[in-house]
Design a protein around this ligand. Structure first.
Ligand code: NAD
Ligand code: UFG
Length: 337
């Protein structure tokens, strides 16, 4: 198939472009490069031997998106493009609602006009909010507690309404847990701008000497070692999950929801130790105040993806850290190195 990947120069997008090419698909990428660099796609082409077509397009510009569909006969879309920083979304809600919602509405209208109705969408475990028991199961009532998460929830609602109104749509809503790691080649990986918000990119910058130490946000949670538990998933496993979801929905109309996670919780200190093992030396940290909005623990019930897609995670937290470290060590300043 010829797959359009929005946000395909970004972290998860670039790994998924590679997985799609390895599965035999042709890929067209659109991205406005607001949080990424085209260098990722050059490296993906180096790994796959097949360049993806790239268009620098903002999804908020409907005419530009339409022109891409007019130029290429697209069969299906994997939609990653969006802004994703929770804290920034609290400070700049209009920017988040405008970018994520208007961008998605434009994409859907263009797809409909061009008779392309197969879509895989990047949702997030954040849609489960703070009131659900763990592990999270797809059929639970959702309710995000920050503007970023609400954009994901609202897009899920839009897509559910669309699927209910028109049975020609084939839609997968993928709720990612905590993606980390990098392609084992060390050529592509996560390249955060500024101070990383997320745990593993921050640890990686401590390991490479760009930051002094990890601040562990909260050491007094009701968890085995007092630090929060999350469900970390290797980005290569996550990318494979998209290929599996695409294959599934290609043959079936409807709206499907799957958690993509390992089904296991790992603590902040366990991740830090694992990264230290990859580096070959323990990494410095200090226990600090809790971070506002953090939940003590959550992980996926990953059984639906296994049952429906025959997909499950294959890589351990140690492998995630080894691969993330290889990427960071070889590219201390990310794609600019
Ligand atoms: P990323 O920032 O690396 O990738 C997103 C890409 O979208 C970037 O390349 C950015 O330039 C592009 N983009 C943003 N707005 C755009 C617009 N209006 N038009 C065109 N391109 C635009 O982030 P990622 O970690 O690869 O995340 C990909 C998707 O997965 C996002 O939708 C994110 O919300 C979702 N997600 C990420 C995580 C995570 O922890 N990384 C967890 C759950 C869900
Ligand atoms: N943490 C630290 N120090 C840091 C960064 C993080 O101790 O410098 C801790 C956090 O307190 C949390 C854990 O590491 O306990 C994981 O934090 P991340 O920011 O890496 O991940 P979150 O689970 O908070 O958030 C992630 C994504 C969100 C998404 C959410 C739910 O970043 O976009 O998962 O899917 F909404």
């Amino acid at each position: 198939m010829r797959i359009l990947v929005t946000g395909g120069t970004g972290y998860i997008g670039s790994h998924t472009v590679l997985a799609l090419q390895e599965a035999g698909h042709e890929v067209v990428v659109i991205d406005n490069l607001v949080n990424s660099s085209e260098e990722s796609l050059r490296r993906v082409a180096e790994l796959s031997g097949k360049p993806a077509v790239f268009h620098r397009v903002d999804l908020v510009d409907e005419a530009a998106v339409d022109a891409v569909f007019a130029e290429h006969a697209i069969n299906a879309v994997v939609h990653f493009a969006g802004l994703k920083a929770v804290g920034e979304s609290v400070r700049e809600p209009l920017m988040y609602y405008h970018n994520n919602l208007v961008g998605t509405l434009n994409l859907l209208r263009v797809m409909d006009r061009h008779d392309v109705r197969s879509l895989v969408f990047s949702s997030s475990a954040t849609v489960y909010g703070e009131h659900n028991p763990i592990p999270y199961i797809e059929k639970m009532e959702i309710g995000a507690n920050n503007p970023y998460g609400r954009t994901k929830e609202q897009i899920e609602d839009i897509l559910s309404d669309l699927g209910a109104a028109d049975d020609r749509w084939h839609i997968a809503l993928l709720r990612y847990f905590n993606p980390v790691g990098a392609h084992p080649s060390g050529r592509i990986g996560e390249d955060p701008q500024g101070i990383p918000n997320n745990l593993v990119p921050f640890i990686a910058q401590v390991a490479v000497g760009r930051r002094e130490k990890l601040m562990v946000f909260g050491g007094d949670y009701d968890t085995p070692d007092g630090t929060c538990l999350r469900d970390y998933i290797h980005v290569v496993d996550l990318a494979e999950g998209h290929v599996a979801a695409l294959n599934h929905v290609a043959g079936r109309a409807g709206v499907f929801r799957w958690n993509l996670g390992s089904g296991k919780g790992t603590s902040v200190l366990e991740v830090l130790r694992s990264f230290g093992k990859a580096v070959g030396a323990p990494l410095p940290y200090e226990v600090a105040e809790r971070r506002t909005g953090d939940l003590p623990a959550f992980w996926a019930d990953a059984s639906s993806a296994l049952a429906d897609l025959s997909w499950s995670t294959t890589k351990t937290v140690d492998e995630m850290c080894e691969d993330h470290w290889r990427w960071q060590k070889n590219n201390p300043l990310g794609y600019l190195s």
